[in-house]
Design a protein around this ligand. Structure first.
Ligand SMILES: [Zn+2]
Ligand SMILES: [Zn+2]
Length: 348
């Protein structure tokens, strides 16, 4: 077994604290990665605090993992020792169902294996990237260009692909008027991608203080969503709206902004169901949908796109010792726009 050291939650109400555990020795198709950086995703907070009621402890969170390959199994073909790589939200799926065969492993009909807080096919509890190393099948490992700042790349593995995938699926590009709801970890990536794809991008935010930043990140217009008159002016004008907000909020005000046949896509996961006025959908044949991360091929495509177009997340780097403080600041939206843990700090 491989020794690993990280930070774990032992229960839903305890802070993250140092924790030692083991990982499997690499099998034929496994890649062993020494972790350099790990992003801090809002799901890490939901999960460690059992807010989705499926937590398994002890839990080492973290699914925005960047590191260097330190060993490979005998059948590994895509990676070499020393290469920079990334691991995202899932580390396994059945590989045989229609979704898996269609490169949409995130929708595996047998269920995916999450990078942390799940039991893998060998019966072991998976542990995430707030740790010194990780072992994963090469199918769930991505190559990362050394052209990009590795700390800024880490959030692409969850926040990046979560926004890239639906923007691609709904063909966001030139000539399209696209709304991004929420300007946080997910939202700022959605804004960067939609702008990069050539769409006319309107950022929705509750906060006046974010207007200048939204424009800097690529917004053509910013609408303060609390301003009813400003919202009404936007009625029937959007080809697509991506909603990145994970706190409960009213969708109806946004649904009425879509054109006929346009889609609203939710990527944040509120812990309470929304109340939808169905009139907002049926009057203009609008659709309400959701999307979660992306397949492995699409995740690689996204990382390659980011290398080509020089796109990374806006981040604040922290040592692992500051993780509990960082969680509190994420909850107050006091971060621009993603915390990333410098895993070298584990050795301090
Ligand atoms: Zn995440
Ligand atoms: Zn499957």
């Amino acid at each position: 077994m491989i020794q690993s050291h990280g930070y774990a939650a032992q229960q839903s109400n305890t802070p993250l604290a140092p924790f030692s555990f083991t990982r499997r020795d690499p099998k034929d198709r496994d890649v062993v990665i020494e972790i350099e950086y790990c992003g801090v995703c809002h799901s890490d907070i939901h999960s460690t605090r059992n807010e989705w009621h499926n937590a398994i402890y002890p839990m080492v969170p973290g699914h925005e993992v960047i590191g260097r390959v330190t060993a490979v199994g005998s059948q590994v073909s895509r990676f070499k020792v020393g290469q920079r790589v990334g691991v995202g939200v899932i580390i396994d799926s059945c590989r045989t169902c229609p979704s898996c065969r269609n490169d949409e492993e995130q929708y595996c009909e047998a269920g995916t294996t999450l990078t942390y807080g799940a039991y893998d096919r060998y019966g072991a509890l998976t542990q995430g990237g707030y740790s010194g190393n990780i072992v994963a099948d090469e199918h769930f490992v991505h190559s990362v260009s050394t052209k990009l700042d590795p700390a800024g790349v880490a959030p692409l593995l969850c926040a990046g692909i979560t926004t890239y995938s639906p923007l691609r699926h709904w063909n966001v590009g030139p000539g399209k008027r696209v709304g991004i709801v929420g300007l946080g970890g997910l939202g700022h990536m959605g804004l960067k991608f939609a702008h990069s794809f050539g769409a006319h991008v309107v950022q929705f935010t509750t906060s006046e203080s974010k207007v200048a930043d939204a424009k800097r990140l690529g917004a053509d217009e910013v609408v303060i969503s609390k301003n009813e008159a400003a919202m009404k002016k936007e009625a029937n004008s959007f080809d697509f709206i991506l909603d990145t907000v994970s706190a409960p909020h009213d969708l109806n005000a946004y649904l009425s902004l879509l054109k006929r046949d346009a889609a609203y896509c939710q990527v944040g996961l509120p812990d309470r169901p929304p109340v939808i006025n169905m009139g907002n959908l049926l009057m203009k044949r609008r659709s309400l949908s959701g999307s979660i991360i992306g397949g492995m091929a699409e995740t690689q495509e996204m990382l390659d796109y980011c290398a080509e177009h020089n796109i990374v997340s806006d981040i604040e780097i922290i040592p692992i010792q500051k993780i509990n403080e960082a969680f509190e600041r994420v909850l107050k939206a006091d971060v621009k726009y993603r915390f990333v843990i410098d895993m070298a700090s584990l050795k301090q």
